[in-house]
Ligand binder design. Structure first.
Ligand code: SAM
Length: 308
């Protein structure tokens, strides 16, 4: 198998995966889960005419003290992530690692959650992916980075192929001598890398697509050839492309048919991919030409969904 791609709610797929069955996980969850709710905060005070009855028949009056929209935003987000990260921990092999890609505005909340699931000692790195693109506000330093948290299931015994990581040029090659300069240096936890170029062959059109160079570095460092990489917020399938290029296998999950359509085009012509809950045929020119799929039929219902 090269890989398996699911059109599905990821929690269902995670729950069906055997424990310790994947070697590496990369995820890039969306912040907006669409589940934010306004919760009104109530305080109670003792009062003979109160609307609530408590211990030993005492009466209390409820007072609305505020609406915690901001807290709810994070409570809901973390409540969405928590069961998925707990499953991620379970399905990860003992030598495996999780890379958690997140926006600088949410990273601290997510780190606390991951510390509770993996353990504080399992935290290995906070990688800063720095880029330089887009607008520059005039009232603060322009924020131009994402964070990628790295956790190991077993911090004393995890895969890290230090000798296989592609080396990068020294900033001041003149200071290190010609031999070292020619070899380049090991990247640190700060990764300078462009965003996906707005024109060019890498761009799929999927709005949140991440650069292949970032994923290649992760896969190269933290998995061995033949390993299984899991991305359960797969989007355009960048993690799968990196896996194929580096001789690894993959499991990708996304619940958005548009993402599956993009992946169908991206993986067109690649042998050995199993599609679950989605028919890639209508999106795949090359596969059709090679007779791997019948000609696209007009489908009813959700675009790209497998007919019942
Ligand atoms: C930020 S994007 C990932 C982008 C991806 N790293 C790439 O390079 O294209 C997050 C993806 O998670 C998917 N998603 C959100 N909630 C999901 C869920 N509960 N189950 C499966 N996929 C989900 C969205 O449809 C979206 O495509």
């Amino acid at each position: 198998m090269t890989g398996r791609i699911h059109l599905a709610e990821n929690l269902e797929v995670l729950r069906a995966l055997p424990s310790a069955s994947v070697d590496l996980i990369y995820i890039d969850p969306p912040f907006n889960t669409g589940k934010v709710q306004r919760r009104t905060q109530i305080q109670t005070v003792r009062c003979a005419e109160g609307d609530r009855v408590g211990f030993q028949g005492r009466r209390y009056q409820s007072i609305v003290v505020g609406t915690k929209r901001f807290r709810d935003l994070f409570d809901d987000y973390l409540a969405f992530l928590e069961p998925r990260l707990t499953e991620a921990y379970r399905v990860l092999a003992r030598h495996g690692c999780l890379y958690f890609h997140v926006d600088y505005r949410e990273v601290h909340y997510c780190k606390v959650l991951l510390d509770t699931i993996f353990g504080r000692d399992a935290f290995l790195n906070e990688i800063v992916w720095a880029y330089d693109y887009g607008g520059r506000p005039k009232d603060r330093w322009p924020p131009k980075h994402d964070n990628i948290l790295l956790y190991a299931k077993d911090p004393s015994d995890h895969v890290f192929n230090v000798d296989e990581i592609e080396r990068i040029p020294y900033m001041a090659p003149g200071l290190v001598g010609p031999e070292k300069a020619a070899r380049g240096k090991l990247p640190t936890d700060t990764w300078w890398h462009t965003i996906v170029p707005t024109s060019g062959s890498e761009k799929t059109g999927y709005p949140t697509q991440k650069p292949l160079g970032i994923l290649r570095r992760i896969v190269q460092a933290s998995s061995r050839p033949g390993a299984v990489l899991l991305d359960f917020f797969a989007g355009s399938g960048t993690a799968g492309v990196a896996a194929i290029q580096l001789g690894r296998r993959f499991i990708l999950v996304d619940d958005n048919p548009e993402a599956l359509a993009v992946m169908a085009r991206r993986f067109d012509g690649i042998e050995g991919i199993e599609w679950v809950g989605f028919d890639p045929g209508p999106h795949q020119q090359r596969a059709r030409q090679r007779g791997l799929f019948p000609a696209p039929a007009v489908q009813e219902g959700r675009p790209g969904a497998r007919p019942a």
